[in-house]
Ligand binder design. Structure first.
Ligand code: GLY
Length: 570
């Protein structure tokens, strides 16, 4: 009887406080009852992201009068709470946007190397690379850029920041229910959270998580409140900065108060190029995403890809050979443009790319050891969200901690995970990073430098009107996943769901292998093997989020089947 009365009082109080449905005034998001929605067609506005609650938060902001930039800010903040594997405030990323009036926006909030970082900081006395240090724990962390990026995005938003961050605060303070996959993923990482952190935290609060448990993150909620009340200074200065630096001191990391104070998001010039009558907009260095996407599409353009047929041996071989050449260029030529002269226009020049494919032989595999980067006379967890609003603003944001849960270091007392982005530098020429990518001087470590990324948020226009917003996580597979979504729509006439859910493949020069998903067509694999290609079976490649706008203006949105990604809209 007493139990029943207590329960009744609890339910009544919950009802009065709106507990359980957090985005007021419409109370549209229920963190205790939600299901991913994989695809939909909306009349006005749509969001696709890695988590149902984050997509719902973004859609609700647009219903309440916000635009795609408001939605992107609120969705990213919600992801930092409900998708700790990659959503973050302790990492960085890139926002690519196009306002309805045609203005292009490219915001770079990539992490930077701390000012005490040194080129050889991950080499031991014998010059051997210590990837354990660049991939895990305090020394792996770059100076976080996400909060600076969110405030830089505010110039294009309409709603007050406090409204955009409140759902994330509520999700952290009240908690949200874990799915089976989320519980399993936390359990896998529990040992590492303890090994690479110095204080107990929300993830280590239980010995074992199970589906249906509520993850409450009180410390993260307090950090987000500081950001709500003090702006970017609530993160880069004051209590949060002190907690982060104290965590660094306890664990032997490098980030100091001056690094945090000095961090700035940068505005870059979006890359634009054409492909079969469409205008493609990509992100420039320090991401390699836009350059690789542009190079590969331009190498494909002279060939009748659509006629070859989807994942026919001819189509896959051509794409693999173009990818091989683009990734060889990445390894030599790409890095932070503020530290290294990146020859973007040369890399994308028609004559250069024609020459690059000069030794392509249909029906025969090239060998990566014989393909070097081109020369000029002159000289793996991330997450993505795609949004289109009712006005026609387009936003694509890819953001990352790098590996799953980044460095696995939670800032003691502040409740957020730090990235392990330092591993995206070339820690030693020729030594592969966690995605197997190699690099050299262009991407060597230097104080305050941004590490090269593969993130590839992309926008596509047709007849100068919004047509596609796309992007994905996946480390070095990011540009090739985006590429496949683009050609699947443009060359193979697929709809949004087919374009992202069809089997994928990937080649990145080194290692000289074609990665394939398990449902890649066996007949094509056999024919390519006979041409000399070697294959490696991979678990799902990327988790792509796409919005396609049809002729009637409908927003066809799809979230990747490979995860619990979800769409929302109205
Ligand atoms: N950390 C993955 C990337 O930026 O490419």
């Amino acid at each position: 009887m007493l139990r029943t009365i207590c329960l009744f009082i609890l339910v009544f109080l919950s009802f009065l406080s709106g507990y359980g449905q957090i985005v007021g005034p419409r109370k549209a998001v229920d963190p205790y009852r939600y299901e991913p929605v994989k695809a939909a067609s909306f009349e006005r506005a749509s969001v696709a992201s890695a988590h149902a609650l984050a997509s719902q938060v973004g859609a609700e902001m647009m219903r309440r009068g916000g635009n795609a930039f408001d939605a992107a800010i609120a969705t990213q903040l919600a992801l930092a709470v409900v998708y700790p594997v990659a959503g973050n405030i302790g990492g960085g990323g890139f926002l690519l946007g196009r306002k309805a009036d045609g203005q292009l926006i490219a915001l770079d909030f990539r992490e930077t190397a701390p000012r005490a970082a040194r080129r050889d900081m991950y080499l031991d006395q014998d010059g051997k690379a210590q990837t354990e240090l660049s991939q895990n724990g305090h020394l792996a962390a770059g100076v976080p850029g996400t909060i600076a990026g969110l405030f830089a995005s505010m110039s294009y938003a309409k709603l007050p920041f406090r409204d955009l961050i409140q759902p994330a605060i509520d999700l952290a303070a009240l908690g949200f229910v874990l799915s089976e996959n989320e519980a399993r993923s936390l359990n896998w990482t529990l040992g590492n959270f303890k090994k690479y952190g110095t204080k107990p935290n929300a993830f280590t609060a239980r010995k074992e998580w199970k589906a249906g448990d509520t993850l409450v993150q009180k410390e993260l909620a307090r950090t987000l409140e500081l950001v709500r009340d003090k702006g970017a200074k609530g993160f880069y200065r004051g209590k949060t900065a002190r907690l982060l630096v104290a965590e660094m001191k306890r664990g032997g990391g490098l980030i100091d108060l001056q690094d945090l104070k000095a961090y700035e998001a940068k505005s870059r010039t979006a890359m634009e190029f054409s492909y079969r009558g469409h205008q493609i907009i990509g992100f420039p260095p320090p991401s390699s995403g836009g350059v690789i996407l542009g190079q590969v599409l331009k190498m494909l353009e002279p060939y009748p890809l659509g006629q070859y047929g989807f994942q026919s041996p001819e189509a896959v071989q051509l794409m693999v050979e173009a990818e091989r050449r683009a990734y060889a260029d990445r390894a030599t030529h790409l890095g932070d443009p503020d530290f290294w002269k990146v020859p973007v226009s040369e890399l994308l020049a028609d004559a250069y790319l024609k020459n690059r494919m000069g030794d392509f032989v249909p029906g025969k595999a090239s060998e990566s050891k014989l393909i070097k980067a081109g020369e000029f006379r002159e000289s793996e967890q991330t997450t993505h969200l795609s949004i289109v609003d009712a006005e026609g603003n387009m936003v694509a944001v890819t953001t990352t901690l790098n590996g799953a849960y980044g460095s696995k270091t939670v800032v003691g007392g502040a409740g957020f995970l730090l990235n392990n982005e330092m591993d995206d530098f070339s820690i030693k020429p020729g030594v592969a990073n966690m995605y197997g990518a190699v690099g050299g001087d262009a991407n060597a470590i230097a104080p305050n430098k941004r590490m090269l990324s593969s993130m590839c948020p992309a926008l596509v226009l047709k007849d100068n009107k919004p047509f596609m917003v796309v992007g994905t996580p996946g480390g070095t597979t990011i540009p090739t996943s985006v590429l496949q979504a683009v050609v699947n729509v443009i060359d193979f006439g697929m709809n949004a769901e087919q374009a992202i859910n069809s089997p994928k493949f990937h080649h990145q020069w080194l290692p000289d292998l074609v990665d394939i998903e398990k449902d890649f067509p066996e007949e094509t694999r056999k024919k390519l093997a006979a041409m000399g290609y070697t294959f490696r079976l991979r678990d799902g490649i990327g988790r792509t989020e796409i919005v396609l706008i049809d002729r009637d203006g409908k927003r066809m949105v799809a979230a990747d089947k490979r995860g619990e990604d979800s769409v929302a809209g109205y």
